[in-house]
Design a protein around this ligand. Structure first.
Ligand code: PHE
Ligand code: ZN
Length: 889
């Protein structure tokens, strides 16, 4: 078979397919030695077919036969390579193509295509896994009606599932049975799914607002069914929410979710048969934390919402991935905000954007929300496509208002239901529905890099005017040396000297004046300025006194804001801003400044100190009983070490860690009374309830406990041990364990061992135990992680375990970036071992190396050596090759 090498694929080369596939009948004969797949496609040549060959994608397949209109094709009528099956000429009239292939799912460790997890068959086809099942035009703009027949051993695989409706089932000879599923909706191959195995379902129903009765089923191994209650509750909440907020109803009579323990990603939105990583379905008081419950709610919502944003309207090509992912992340963020606390959700989302996406945007893997090219699409399921993409969607809403945004969504579905489209079509629907044109907005899709927004402000008492001067710079990124200014919605409020919002009447920009009015006549207190030039000035008039500006409210654009706001004003905002997000942000800005200042001192070997205003600011937040306790917990959290590292010309992980630990201890010792009170007055309510109201006090309690234990004083350690022992839910138990594991020593070892003994039977809890140890900043932890690689709780073939242990390890800057290079060597070893098993997961593990240029010489040399070692390895996967080689450029 001819070997084809990997190719870089470019957006600019996109061409519509030459052949349409009207219907597809799949037949699976599932077996232990091999599985036989028969695919019968009704092919419609298009006007552009002409003499074009029919090129089908296929990988790791054994071709058994090819037939056209029932006749076997002679060997010289087609060619097969490692990546394609090519039919040189085909009938000019519609025809039936039948392809039989043989595959070995039991040996498929890539968890991509058809594979086995815990003895059950399951599939993962996005982005390009369907080609590991059969030869096909495996691209999202080829949409077909699927009918799937599955045949297998009745004892081993009593449950047989696929997309759509069950239309037939029955028994066969030799202990076999079969089921036939028909999906009435046209869909691309990436949304195909099959599951076969020993599973039991939790059943429920949902009645849509038009009266359709939908059966809901969540499938797991029998013993896990009790743990699916919260997932079911979340699913029903999501279905209701989408009807209420977007007017979107479910469109079939059945909705299935299957939980599998071995899964590369979080979950997959296959039409009416979502497949989930079991960590995002299974939860109980004893085995999941508040964070896990929140993640389940969010991801159950996310996959369900894809039924409209992704499935009913899908992507024309993979460059448009953010069309469905950015939009669906935005939708799940809004859903979670409505279920819990909007401000706290926003704070969490922005923190993640800052630590993960801004840093991707600043490194060698920087790419636009709509990438220009890729080698392996799997590598582009990134924080940029998902998270920055969601920010782009949020900016439409900020610019157009909630009503305007909804009009845009309605028009999008009206125009494109049943189609495979691009980001331009989404933008056109948004703008057309609101009769606006923002010519520089589309640049958010094509320009990579985080814009820098520099703001200076001035007040003139004589004219009662307040001026905001903006300058924007979009930094150069690989392949994009120069950038154009783009439209940045800058949400601004002005606070008076009492801390109240001023009424905003109008703003001047150049020759134009914009008057603010709300449709309902109420006064405007937040104005959205449209910054779209490299330099620009906005002047608010009728400003009666010198205001304190609250800039970029609710993080109205994914930019790095640098402003001339004084520390005094930041403390004022921390105490008074009506925008909860910006209250938190004021504290973070102060925290970042403090950390950077102390890092400079630390590097010079000078004495550190934390100024009392910072501590007092936190004290008043802690004492403010009117605040949401989860918000208080967020406000108490210092900016992440990685966030500070990204702001330094040369990142110094040791100094940053020293400084952050120092500040934490200072806060803990100055506020120990308040912190102790927070622990004592916020015990968990019985019975355990994962909703926000009950989650919030736990968040505060555990954060306070963490501060106290950082002091490593016997009485606080005792307190944490007692919290650990009396905990009746995993949030409290794991919270206490986390606090205790900060300090090396006997107590730490004992409590980690105790936890292991209690939970070793539960894989999902063991992942947390692994991650907690891996992320530890205690000195010399590389060796400990090395040992855990051999521990029975670890298994390199299970992605969750790899993400916990290896992913966790790479997030501990001091140990991963150990000066002797031992952390890098460990990661290099793991990547090479893993690449042979699961290239997608291996490629994800390479990315911690990509920031190597941000560190000092010694570390640079050691990390580069590992990258070179990886790229020079024979038989490397395309996935790992792409990330490692791009990181070296
Ligand atoms: N489409 C999935 C989601 O975001 C993610 C995914 C991508 C899962 C690729 C598996 C493989 O919901
Ligand atoms: Zn998604």
């Amino acid at each position: 078979m001819a070997k084809e090498s990997p190719k870089e694929i470019f957006l600019k080369d996109y061409k519509a397919p030459n052949f349409a596939f009207e219907t597809l009948n799949l037949n699976f004969e599932l077996g232990e030695e091999h599985t036989i797949v028969t695919s019968s496609i009704h092919v419609l040549p298009t006007t552009s077919s002409g003499k074009a060959p029919l090129v089908l994608d296929g990988e790791n397949l054994k071709l058994v036969s090819v037939k056209i209109n029932g006749e076997k094709l002679a060997d010289d009528k087609f060619t097969v390579s490692t990546r394609h099956l090519t039919l040189a000429s085909t009938p000019s009239m519609p025809f039936d193509l039948e392809i039989v292939t043989e595959i070995e799912p039991q040996n498929n460790t890539s968890l991509d295509g058809l594979y086995k997890s815990s003895g059950n068959f399951c599939t993962q086809c996005e982005a390009e896994g369907f080609r590991k099942i059969t030869y096909y035009q495996d691209r999202p703009d080829v949409m077909s009606k699927f009918t799937t027949r599955i045949e297998g051993d009745q004892k081993l695989y009593p449950v047989l599932l696929s997309n759509g409706n069950l239309v037939d089932q029955g028994e066969l000879n030799d202990g076999k049975h079969y089921a036939v599923w028909k999906d009435p909706f046209r869909k691309p191959s990436y949304l195909f799914a099959l599951v076969a195995g020993q599973l039991v379902s939790r059943d429920d129903t949902f009645t849509t607002r038009s009266g359709r009765q939908v059966s809901l089923r969540i499938w797991t191994p029998a013993e896990d069914v009790p743990k699916t209650e919260y997932a079911m509750r979340s699913l029903k909440a999501a279905m209701k929410w989408d009807e209420e907020v977007f007017g979107l109803e479910y469109d079939l009579d059945l909705f299935n979710i299957v939980a599998v323990p071995d899964f590369n990603m979080g979950a997959m939105e296959n039409k009416s048969l979502n497949i989930f990583n079991s960590r995002l379905v299974l939860a109980s008081t004893q085995t999941a934390t508040d964070m896990d419950f929140a993640a389940i709610e969010g991801v159950i919502g996310h996959e369900y919402f894809h039924n409209w944003t992704g499935n009913r309207v899908t992507c024309r090509n993979w460059f448009q991935l953010s069309l469905k992912e950015g939009l669906t992340v935005f939708r799940d963020q809004e859903f979670s905000s409505d279920m819990g606390s909007r401000a706290v959700k926003r704070i969490g989302d922005v923190s993640l954007l800052r630590t993960a996406q801004f840093s991707q945007d600043a490194g060698p893997m920087a790419h636009p929300v709509r990438p220009h090219s890729y080698i392996k699409m799997d590598n582009f399921y990134t924080v940029t496509v998902y998270r920055k993409g969601a920010e782009v969607v949020r900016m439409y809403q900020t610019l157009l208002g909630k009503t305007g945004f909804r009009k845009g969504m309605d028009l999008y579905f009206k125009r494109h239901d049943g189609q495979a489209v691009t980001c331009e079509e989404f933008l056109a629907a948004m703008f057309d529905a609101n009769q606006v044109k923002f010519p520089t907005f589309p640049l958010w899709y094509s320009q990579a890099g985080t814009p820098l927004l520099i703001v200076t402000t001035s007040y003139k008492a004589e004219s009662q005017s307040f001026t905001i001067k903006c300058r924007q710079e979009v930094p150069a990124t690989p392949g994009q040396p120069e950038k154009e200014p783009m439209l940045i919605p800058l949400a601004v409020g002005l606070l008076d000297s009492k801390g109240n919002d001023m009424h905003l009447s109008s703003v001047k920009e150049g020759a134009s004046v914009h008057n603010f009015t709300n449709p309902d006549g109420s006064s405007v207190t937040t104005a959205v300025l449209r910054v779209d030039k490299a330099e620009q000035e906005f002047t608010f008039v009728d400003v009666k006194e010198k205001p304190v500006p609250s800039l970029l409210r609710n993080f109205s654009a994914p930019v790095r804001l640098v402003s001339d706001i004084s520390d005094e004003d930041l403390f004022f905002l921390l105490a008074h801003d009506s925008d909860q997000f910006n209250r938190w942000e004021a504290g973070q800005t102060l925290g970042r400044k403090l950390m950077l200042n102390l890092v400079a001192l630390q590097q010079k070997g000078e004495k550190l100190s934390v100024d009392s205003a910072f501590i007092e600011g936190l004290r008043s937040i802690l004492n403010d009983t009117s605040l949401d306790k989860a918000f208080v917990a967020k406000a108490l959290t210092l900016p992440a070490e990685s966030e500070v590292a990204d702001l330094m010309p040369v990142a110094d992980p040791d100094a940053i860690h020293e400084v952050r630990s120092f500040i934490i201890k200072q806060i803990a010792s100055s506020l120990h009374q308040e912190l102790l009170k927070a622990v004592e007055t916020n015990p968990s309510c019985e019975p355990y309830d994962p909703t926000h109201k009950y989650r919030a006090p736990r968040a505060l309690k555990n954060s306070a406990l963490n501060y106290l234990v950082s002091l490593n004083e016997p009485n606080f350690t005792k307190l944490a041990i007692s919290e650990y022992q009396k905990a009746t839910n995993l949030t409290d138990k794991f919270g206490a364990l986390t606090a205790l594991s900060q300090n090396p020593g006997v107590t730490r070892s004992e409590v980690l061992a105790d936890f292991y003994e209690q939970y070793k039977g539960d894989n999902l809890v063991m992942n947390k135990w692994l991650a907690l140890q891996a992320m530890s900043n205690i000195p010399g932890n590389v060796e400990q992680v090395q040992k855990l690689l051999e521990h029975p709780a670890f298994d390199i073939r299970n992605p969750n375990k790899v993400y916990s242990l290896i992913g966790g390890f790479c997030s501990s800057a001091v140990n991963f970036h150990a000066k002797d290079g031992s952390g890098y060597t460990l990661l290099g070893d793991v990547v090479l071992q893993l690449d042979k098993i699961n290239p997608q997961v291996a490629a994800r593990m390479v990315s911690p190396f990509s920031k190597w240029r941000r560190y000092g010489e010694e570390r640079q040399a050691a990390a580069k050596a590992q990258l070179e070692r990886i790229t020079s390895t024979n038989g490397l996967s395309d996935n790992v090759y792409e990330i490692a080689s791009k990181s070296l450029v």
